[in-house]
Design a protein around this ligand. Structure first.
Ligand code: FES
Length: 166
């Protein structure tokens, strides 16, 4: 069994960040101080999230105040300041899903996988979020795992499927 990575405070599981990966992005938007959102989007696409070190790096290299970067990164829900799991599990607890058993699926995440809503496993395999309608109410209760929709989902099936993910 592989030991989980040690946290080093950057939320990157102890792995060093190669911030030079961001240079092509910063070159592309050089001189465009109004390009904070695309810079942050491309940074998140590259690193998977927006670690503190990356925001400092962008601030120095692109001469954008750090508090401006944080302001944008914390305003928009599309940005994540903490590292997330390789797989994103969204369980719907909208009305249709709630009455058809979503609370049992949410409970199974906690009891079967030790994951509370909003949490990420220590090995960064899974991140779990609760959402309120995935537009597939006819299949309730529904979960979305990465891009795949699972309908009429029973708690044991959910836990087994998630345990089987790489
Ligand atoms: S309420 Fe769950 S998909 Fe609509």
């Amino acid at each position: 069994m592989t030991a989980p990575p040690k946290a080093n405070g950057n939320g990157n599981g102890g792995e060093p960040l190669d911030l030079s990966q961001l240079d092509p992005i910063l070159d592309e938007f050089k001189g465009h101080k109004d390009a904070v959102i695309p810079i942050l989007q491309r940074t998140q696409d590259t690193l998977g999230y927006l670690p503190r070190e990356a925001l400092k790096y962008i601030s120095v290299k692109a001469r954008i105040p750090l508090n401006q970067l944080y302001g944008v990164a914390t305003f928009y829900t599309q940005f994540h300041l903490k590292r997330r799991g390789r797989h994103l599990v969204r369980i719907c607890d909208g009305t249709a899903c709630h009455v058809r058993g979503a609370p049992k699926n949410i409970d199974a995440m906690e009891k079967g996988l030790g994951l509370a809503a909003g949490a990420t496993t220590p090995d960064y395999r899974l991140t779990f979020e609760i959402v309120y309608c995935l537009g597939s109410c006819g299949l309730a209760p529904v979960a979305l795992v990465d891009e795949k929709v699972y309908g009429q989902l029973a708690p044991q099936v959910l836990v087994e499927r998630l345990k089987a993910l790489p």
